[in-house]
Write a protein that binds this ligand. Structure first.
Ligand SMILES: [Zn+2]
Length: 320
């Protein structure tokens, strides 16, 4: 049997009984020392080269680079307090606190941040946009409101209606309004806005997620001070090269084909099960560890990982 057939059989198994899992991967690929998406920015929570990013930073989630993580199968648009080409009105960058945030100037009660037009193309239009805004208000007399426009700022809609209008391909710009009732009230501070839409449509079991199956791995016997111990790895899973789930990632096609590193799940990734026992009553996140793969004759047929349940207050719970 050829390896191509083997891989097809494995993919049939995934389609037949695989568990759906949403996947988040970090935007910095340590294998190449390069970002995995265009436009990443070194985070303002790191001011000196000998510092580490703050794990609980909403701008980078401890990855050092904004926007930290992206969700698999989605296109993510984002801008932060330190993004280039923002138009600021009565707003300045507070670079004393980390990460840096945009605040009202001392004498202002109203201020605006407007982004440039961001071009985007949607191939899947029957699934909605999603968004998340990170900001801080210290007083009930201050507020942060976000609006979007697809006609170069002629008309604006509140961000809450982004999914309702569900704009199709074009250009989008965002406007963040900071307000307070008087200047003695602490300014609200804006940090980062993320918006995304699915790039992979829903077809049967496939969609903007991956399918995984449990590995039936033999119990591992090892000898230590207690004698022979049995280690049964119960949370081992496998899945296909990622091009199987997202045709935007080049497929290796066959033995001898060029391998695109986007097929491998990047290190520092986590999943949320969408079906099955592990889905749980609340959304649980599982960190992927011990990632490995099989590639007979340099042809990648599948990849394996172990999953470790995240603790309740672990930083990945912040990731959107
Ligand atoms: Zn950061």
């Amino acid at each position: 049997m050829t390896l191509e057939k083997t891989r097809t059989l494995l993919q049939d198994q995934l389609l037949g009984g695989g568990i759906r899992a949403a996947l988040w991967q970090n935007v910095w690929d340590v294998r190449f020392g390069a970002p995995t998406i265009a436009g990443t920015l070194p985070c303002s929570c790191v001011t000196a080269t000998n510092q580490h990013a703050d794990r609980r930073c909403n701008s980078c989630y401890g990855i050092n680079f904004q926007p930290g993580y992206t969700k698999f199968g989605f296109e993510t648009i984002w801008f932060s307090s330190i993004s280039p080409n923002l138009t600021l009105t009565n707003v300045y960058l507070n670079d004393i606190l980390k990460p840096n945030r945009l605040e009202l100037t001392q004498t202002a009660t109203h201020g605006y941040i407007v982004t440039p037009d961001i071009p985007y193309v949607r191939s899947v239009t029957n699934l909605p946009w999603e968004y998340k805004v990170d900001y801080i208000t210290k007083s009930a007399s201050s507020a942060v409101q976000v609006a979007w426009s697809v006609d170069q700022g002629a008309t604006w809609q509140p961000i809450e209606q982004l999914a309702g209008f569900n704009p199709i391909s074009g250009k989008i710009r965002f406007k963040v309004s900071l307000t307070r009732t008087n200047v003695s009230i602490p300014s609200p501070s804006f940090e980062i806005l993320r918006a995304r839409f699915p790039r992979v449509g829903v077809t049967g079991r496939l969609g903007p997620w991956i399918l995984v199956l449990k590995s039936i791995s033999p119990d591992k016997l090892s000898e230590d001070l207690r004698g022979i111990t049995i280690d049964s790895q119960s949370n081992n899973f496998w899945t296909a090269p990622l091009s199987f789930f997202d045709c935007g990632i080049p497929d290796q096609l066959g033995v001898g084909g060029e391998f695109n590193p986007g097929n491998l799940i990047a290190d520092q990734a986590f999943i949320e099960f969408m079906d099955g026992v592990r889905q749980g009553p609340v959304d649980q996140r599982w960190s992927l560890v011990n990632n490995t793969y099989s590639e007979p004759f340099a042809y990648m047929t599948r990849q394996y990982f172990s999953a470790r349940l995240q603790q309740e207050r672990e930083y990945t719970s912040l990731v959107w």
